[in-house]
Design a protein around this ligand. Structure first.
Ligand code: MD6
Ligand code: FE
Length: 199
């Protein structure tokens, strides 16, 4: 995709049942919720997290927080199967010993989108981000170091994994509004897992 960014087609597909079951457990302890941006807009994507810390946004800003603000309890721990998948994908992408401490889980229903952004709330930009797509296909917009750089479009489908680090770690990216559809295992939604090393 770019220097430092590789797309591993269908890499996670063999684990789909395990991932679905683990996701169900996480979402029962820490339900998906639509968070509010610092500017006061409710995001169309619903989010939850697992791991030592979770990514949250509210009127105060963006941050990684060990506590789920909705429950007042720690986020569910990261299932060993998630951790292993992320490490295996990172290694395939050229990043040995990836040890994520956070997994942000995004749920898109038809029409939901993610505006162009950079992932820059972490402190360790040497570690890659590993991103797993499940369910309905999406159009991933991949730009450059500046918001105004032109974007290329990639179709991400069920099981695809993007490993993204190095020179493109801080490139702008987003997701176009999700087209309607029905996935045999995940139904009318797309789930994206992004694994990060935040510290
Ligand atoms: C998504 N992904 O695929 C949104 N960020 O739903 C991201 O924002 C993302 O896929 C950093 C690295 C990989 C990603
Ligand atoms: Fe991102």
């Amino acid at each position: 995709m770019a220097e430092g960014a590789v797309l591993l087609r269908r890499f996670a597909a063999p684990m789909q049942d395990e991932l679905r079951d683990a996701l169900r457990e996480i979402a029962s302890a820490a339900p998906f919720r639509q968070m509010v941006t610092p500017g006061g807009f409710t995001m169309s994507v619903a989010m939850t997290n697992c791991g030592n810390v979770g990514w949250v946004t509210d009127r105060r800003g963006y941050r990684y927080d060990p506590i789920d603000p909705d429950s007042g309890k720690p986020w569910p721990s990261m299932p060993p199967s998630f951790r292993a998948l992320a490490a295996r994908a990172a290694a395939q992408g050229g990043f040995a010993n990836f040890a994520p401490d956070a997994c942000l889980i995004n749920r898109y229903e038809p029409g939901a989108k993610m505006s162009l952004h950079q992932d820059k709330d972490e402190t360790d930009f040497d570690a890659p981000i590993v991103s797993v797509s499940l369910g309905l296909p999406a159009t991933f917009l991949f730009g450059g170091a500046k918001r105004s750089d032109k974007t290329r479009r990639y179709r991400l489908t069920h099981g695809d994994v993007v490993v993204w680090g190095g020179p493109s770690r801080l490139f702008f990216h987003g997701i176009a509004p999700l087209a309607d559809g029905e996935h045999p295992l995940f139904g009318r939604q797309r789930i994206n897992l992004t694994f990060r090393k935040t510290v």
